[in-house]
Design a protein around this ligand. Structure first.
Ligand SMILES: [Fe+2]
Length: 192
């Protein structure tokens, strides 16, 4: 069984959103276990620091809607077109940035699965996804996917997954929407 599903290959990027914004947001370094700002009032990257030297970083920019409400609403509408019975709160549309290799992990904070939409440089990494809950079983039991810009994917983040970079100097950008609903349930809801 796979931990990834291609949902759509025809996302139309919102014309009003300038991609260069992504490269110019402030960056706050975050170490695992540190408290997160409960209620951010500006848009910035929270950059999770690698657990081991030499590994890559993953960053979230929460609350896209604070500075780009139309973009967040457009994304929520798009997600709703894929999952008509699911309510997507535009205030929970986030940006995601990855750089370098991201080690095998499961996501925190009840993020059971997520929908990722490639924005820029998506294809410069291989995502290894699985339906494996035990890290020792991950090796040899993953599926490799090269994500593409303007494609939307459902990813099982409650199972082990990993990102292997093809170019460590490049930052990859996505829209992401995390869900506290299982991957299997969301698969059933797709265009349901
Ligand atoms: Fe993850």
């Amino acid at each position: 069984m796979s931990g990834v599903m291609l949902l759509d290959d025809g996302f139309v990027f919102p014309k009003s959103f300038d991609i260069s914004v992504l490269e110019n947001l402030p960056i706050y370094k975050h170490h695992y276990g540190m408290p997160m700002e409960a209620n951010p009032t500006t848009l910035y990257w929270t950059e999770y620091q690698p657990s081991r030297p030499g590994t890559g970083t993953i960053s979230f920019a929460r609350k896209l809607y604070i500075e780009y409400p139309e973009v967040a609403m457009y994304l929520a509408g798009y997600l709703n077109s894929l999952f008509p019975r699911i309510n997507f709160d535009y205030r929970r549309v986030n940006l995601l940035k990855t750089k370098g290799n991201i080690q095998p992990h499961v996501d925190e904070s009840n993020r059971m699965c997520c929908i990722n939409i490639g924005i820029k440089n998506s294809s410069l990494a291989v995502t290894r996804s699985s339906c494996v809950k035990d890290k020792d079983l991950f090796e040899g039991n993953y599926q490799e996917t090269v994500c593409k810009d303007n494609h939307a994917y459902l990813l099982d983040t409650s199972s082990y997954h990993e990102v292997v970079s093809k170019d460590d100097a490049v930052e990859r950008y996505l829209f992401t929407f995390g869900l506290g609903v299982s991957f299997e349930t969301m698969k059933k809801e797709f265009r349901g």
